[in-house]
Design a protein around this ligand. Structure first.
Ligand code: NAD
Ligand code: UD1
Length: 338
């Protein structure tokens, strides 16, 4: 298959490009480099020994996107393009709604006009809200989000579902990611957050390398075995392989399907700290601090559906995730910047 990756230069997109190519598919990348850079694509090319057609295009720019579709015919789209920082979305809600919703609408219009009928969408466990108790099943009713970022995912799921209801040729796969961490084992591609990281693993690895003084564990008094929050961390390479299965599955069906991509196994923040120390034989400077507003105590998937429907399950363990995150951080202390 030939697959267009909208936002394909980013963290998950770049790893997915590698997995798709390894599985024998072709990829085309469109990205405006709002939160990434062309160097990520160059590194995917070096890893796979394949030249990837790629275009600096804002997915909201309909004419520019249409020109790419005309020049590079594809069978399927994976829609990664979006703004994803929860805190920033609270400060800049309009920018988040504008970018995330508009990219989705523009993609759907351009796909229809170019007779592309398959789309795999990067959704998030955040759409389950606080109403649903873990393990989270795809059959649960969506919940209430606590921030504009989460609402954009919630709304984009609705938009894509409505589009598939109206257009019986459309195949939509909504992938609900849990907590992607880790990096390609080569250490040449990985997560490259701008500024102070919001997410746990980049903060851990930047603390280990000395860029941050001390990791603050957000809350030690939750109703969990060690008092810290539980999450479903998944290796980004497993997540990438899930996308390969999802694009292949999208070809075989019509309508909407929702699939969790997680491991189904919860780990606490302190589990991550200790696994990182053990896997990499180092000590992390950390302290227990106050809770972060909006955090749930527990969030993890039931991962059975992905196994049944896609024939996919996560293969990599927490040690792999910690080792590969650190390997990427050590080799690239400043991310993709030299
Ligand atoms: P990322 O920021 O690394 O990648 C997103 C890419 O989209 C970036 O390369 C960015 O430049 C690009 N982009 C943004 N707006 C664009 C636009 N208008 N036109 C063209 N390109 C645009 O993020 P990621 O971690 O790779 O996440 C990919 C997707 O998965 C996002 O939609 C994100 O919300 C979703 N997601 C991520 C996580 C996570 O923990 N990383 C969890 C759940 C869902
Ligand atoms: C967050 C978002 C979620 C988004 C996901 C991926 C919130 C409330 N949720 O999920 O919507 O889909 O990122 O981008 O922001 N932690 C610390 N110290 C830190 C950083 C994190 O203790 O410096 C803890 C958090 O409290 C949490 C866990 O580590 O328990 C994971 O945090 P994070 O990586 O930010 O992911 P989520 O909060 O699960």
């Amino acid at each position: 298959m030939r697959v267009l990756l909208a936002g394909g230069a980013g963290y998950i997109g770049s790893h997915t490009a590698v997995s798709l190519i390894e599985a024998g598919h072709e990829v085309v990348i469109v990205d405006n480099y709002d939160n990434s850079c062309p160097e990520a694509i160059a590194r995917v090319e070096a890893l796979t020994n394949i030249q990837i057609p790629h275009y600096e295009v804002d997915v909201k720019d309909k004419a520019a996107l249409d020109a790419v579709f005309k020049k590079e015919p594809v069978d399927c789209v994976i829609h990664f393009a979006g703004l994803k920082a929860v805190g920033e979305s609270v400060e800049k809600p309009v920018a988040y709604y504008r970018n995330n919703i508009d990219t989705t609408l523009t993609l759907l219009e351009v796909m229809k006009e170019n007779h592309v009928n398959q789309i795999v969408f990067s959704s998030s466990a955040t759409v389950y809200g606080a109403e649903n108790a873990s393990p989270l099943y795809e059959t649960m009713k969506k919940g209430t989000c606590t921030n504009p970022y989460g609402w954009t995912k919630w709304m984009m799921e609705q938009i894509l579902s409505d589009a598939a209801y109206a257009d019986k040729d459309l195949s939509v796969i909504l992938l609900r990611y849990f907590n992607p961490i880790g990096a390609h084992p080569s250490g040449t591609i990985g997560e490259d957050p701008q500024g102070i990281p919001n997410n746990l693993m980049p903060y851990v690895s930047q603390t280990a390398i000395g860029k941050r003084e001390c990791l603050t564990v957000f809350g030690g008094d939750y109703d969990t075995p060690d008092g810290t929050c539980l999450r479903d961390y998944i290796h980004v390479c497993d997540l990438a392989e899930g996308h390969v299965k999802a694009v292949e599955y999208a070809q075989t069906r019509k309508g909407v399907d929702i699939i969790n991509l997680g491991t189904g196994t919860p780990y606490s923040v302190l589990d991550i700290v200790h696994a990182f120390e053990k896997a990499n034989n180092l000590k992390l400077n950390y302290k227990i601090g106050p809770r972060r507003e909006g955090d749930l105590a527990v969030c993890f998937s039931n991962a059975d559906k992905a196994k049944e429907v896609l024939g996919w399950q996560a293969k990599r363990n927490l040690e792999d995730m910690c080792r590969d995150s650190w390997n990427w951080q050590k080799q690239n202390p400043n991310g993709y910047k030299k």
